[in-house]
Design a protein around this ligand. Sequence first.
Ligand SMILES: Cc1cc2nc3c(=O)[nH]c(=O)nc-3n(C[C@H](O)[C@H](O)[C@H](O)COP(=O)(O)O)c2cc1C
Length: 367
Amino acid sequence: MPTEFISLTFPNASTEINPIPNAAIDPEYLVRYARSLDDYGFNYTLVPYDSSSFDPFTVGATIAAVTKNLKIIIALRPNTLYPTVAAKALATLDQLSSGRAVVHFIAGGSDVEQAREGDYLAKDQRYARLEEYIRILRRAWDSADPFDWDGQYYQFKQFSNKVRPVNGTIPVSVGGSSDEAYRIGGSLADIFGLWGEPLKETKQQIDRIYAEAAKAGRAENDRPRIWVTFRPIIAETDELAWAKAHRTLDTLNQARANGQSRVPANAPPPQNVGSRRLLEIAARGEVQDRALWYPTVTATNARGASTALVGSPQTINDSILDYVDLGAELISIRGYDNLNDAIDYGRYVLPSVRKVLQERETSGKAL
Ligand SMILES: Cc1cc2nc3c(=O)[nH]c(=O)nc-3n(C[C@H](O)[C@H](O)[C@H](O)COP(=O)(O)O)c2cc1C
């Protein structure tokens, strides 16, 4: 499978470094952003989920309507949608987009956030529910006949689905860094999403996911594809990129101090393991490996993907290739100046990383 690139969907011009308080969806911006990703060769965009934010399905359908190749990854928390409804909604998007729908499952990393939409299950139960949910979706996409379900979390009778995915099924992604995430994702997912950690720790996580896949009886060619996420801060030279990185950090710190950040200044430590891991590594030092930078993690209390890669296009590309060599097939990159960064990556990162990989493939074949 080739290396593929992912971005994140932004519905308006508000960014972490230039927040527009209470910004509504800006359809023109959304279309421009989505078309830029498509034109510059990104393979996927993740439409994220948050209890207070926009609906990923309608935003995803809008993106599908204005793009040609971009695959749309819908972030989905099982507590927000009955599984038969989700199976049809995803298959509907898949048909509307000629087979470009993907789903990324979020078991839910914070009890407080889950309670905002009426979910009071403990985290291990949320993961158990996720496992059942994925099995129902696969059955609904696959089954020509009506079927009953009598599970721990869901029971229904004679569900019949007439909305089938274009290619028979829809890729299922799972994200997280807890034992349960490794187990459910390793045993059931097509894709496993991680946040950018140093090479050593990333390798450890990949090994855990593969071990769970093996335990579930999956063959080596059937393991989840690995997705790793970074926030590259790129400029013409390494020196200029580091200056830009420090400006970005100052702005993030300022926004948090002024109460303009999504994370309050006095936010408690995060509950999800992925964020806790990022904060632990941040405490060890600012830079890991070639150019993995952690102060942006501390500045945002590790809310979401927050590790930066800092440097010239060459440094960023070499860093990304380090992760490709480790086994990552999906590279998610988004910056802090969303649209401009996506265009920079489209010009200076995607083509050159692909060129190196192409050259390697050609010389490998020649040997
Ligand atoms: C690549 C990736 C994307 C994610 N997207 C979202 C998202 O859109 N919304 C959300 O609430 N959590 C998102 N998460 C967070 C985790 O899925 C979530 O915290 C998880 O349910 C529990 O994490 P844990 O197993 O590390 O404790 C994402 C995680 C990863 C790795």
